[in-house]
Write a protein that binds this ligand. Structure first.
Ligand code: TXA
Ligand code: MG
Length: 348
């Protein structure tokens, strides 16, 4: 299949003027797959009412069919078609954070969305993205759009057009070429079916931010500490580059522990401030200026994980784990999954 590229970079805030806009809209309407930018990561979108379109998402990604998709909307009014009720507390959080990087899991009203969007569950995950291109598209298409991250299943999520194109060229109808995703990590997923709510996947909207709006809305279980996955997707391998990767938490300790390694085959993914302390022969990829800059590290993480596999000499990656602050919970969650919970310190 030929994958179209729609370069909308000159039309970010006025998509309606993009000369090829109707091609994109038509592709969604006839059940095609179009990757679109969002403020979290790029998504692989299809009409959430069209069973065969949604099936194609699972095929293009190689995604297990029991891992349900997030439905993207532009207006809360759309919810009444496929959600049984919106609790008052959830509505308050929606007002505070939508449009934005948070997904709410709510009870499904059956009969509207096609079955494979929700993977046969009686709940649905829904999000209203804030990216101006995504918002305008959702409005013009006027359909709920099912969209997982636009990567091959198991691979790092895409934050740039190039990441999407690398994984999905030839497998989907088209990709929208827009800017790098601002948040850099997938949305916070909040299970709103029982109170207090549970974070099923941490994101850049943190537990504290939610509890600031609504005290005690979210329980204290840290997703890092959870043994049992509460979102179906959590049980699958995620975000992993092909190169083996391990986390380290103490630089000096780790360099000592690793002193017999051939540094020229190693890459360190670190804050810039660590570079003078690293072996000169090793490769480095910078995540942020200092270890305090969590937002910058979020923004750069997936690009760093994509770059690792492009360094042909590199046999092993070590990534700095960042401090255990609540602001860094989502960053650490994605790193733990990318590294399959391997710690340098744990190898000693
Ligand atoms: O930021 C994002 O959320 C991006 C952009 C494109 O919106 N999308 C994204 O989708 O990350 P995906 O499919 O890669 O991750 C969706 C997560 C999965 O862990 C899935 O298991 C969970 O949401 N999920 C979806 N529906 C669910 C449901 N009904 N109950 C529990 N978990 C659900
Ligand atoms: Mg994903």
């Amino acid at each position: 299949m030929k994958t179209e590229i729609w370069d909308v970079r000159a039309y970010t805030t006025q998509l309606a003027d993009y000369p090829r806009l109707s091609e994109i809209i038509e592709t969604y309407r006839r059940g095609g797959l179009v990757a679109l930018p969002t403020e979290t990561v790029y998504g692989l979108g299809a009409n959430a009412l069209d069973e065969s379109a949604v099936q194609k998402i699972y095929q293009a990604k190689g995604r297990p069919s029991d891992n349900p998709l997030i439905v993207h909307i532009y207006d809360s009014e759309q919810l009444k078609d496929f959600v049984t009720e919106i609790p008052e507390a959830t509505e308050k959080l929606m007002e505070a954070f939508w449009p934005g990087p948070i997904t709410f899991i709510l009870p499904l009203k059956p009969g509207f969305l096609c079955n494979s969007v929700t993977g046969g569950l009686n709940s649905v995950a829904v999000r209203m993205p804030s990216h101006p291109v995504a918002r305008e598209l959702l409005k013009l298409v006027d359909l709920p759009i099912a969209a997982p991250s636009a990567n091959l299943s198991g691979r790092p999520s895409p934050t740039t057009f190039e990441h999407v194109y690398h994984d999905l060229n030839g497998r989907i109808d088209g990709v929208i070429h827009s800017t790098q995703s601002e948040a850099g990590l997938e949305s916070t997923v909040l299970d709103c079916r029982t109170f207090p709510y549970r974070v099923a996947r941490p994101g850049t909207i943190t537990r504290n931010m939610l509890n600031d709006i609504l005290p005690n809305a979210v329980d204290e279980v840290r997703s890092e500490d959870m043994e049992k996955p509460i979102a179906p997707g959590m049980k699958y391998k995620h975000y992993a580059p092909e190169t083996p990767i391990a986390i380290f938490e103490n630089l000096e300790h780790s360099i000592n522990a690793l002193r017999y390694k051939e540094w020229s085959h190693i890459v360190f993914i670190v804050p810039k401030s660590f570079i003078p302390l690293l072996p000169e022969e090793a490769y480095t990829i910078i995540l942020s200026d200092t270890e305090e800059d969590i937002q910058q590290a979020n923004y750069n993480l997936y690009d760093a994980l994509h770059k690792v596999d492009q360094l042909v000499d590199v046999e092993q990656a070590y990534i700095y784990g960042y401090p255990h602050h609540e602001e860094a919970e989502a960053l650490r969650n994605r790193m733990c999954k990318a590294a399959n919970y391997q710690y340098v310190e744990g190898e000693l």
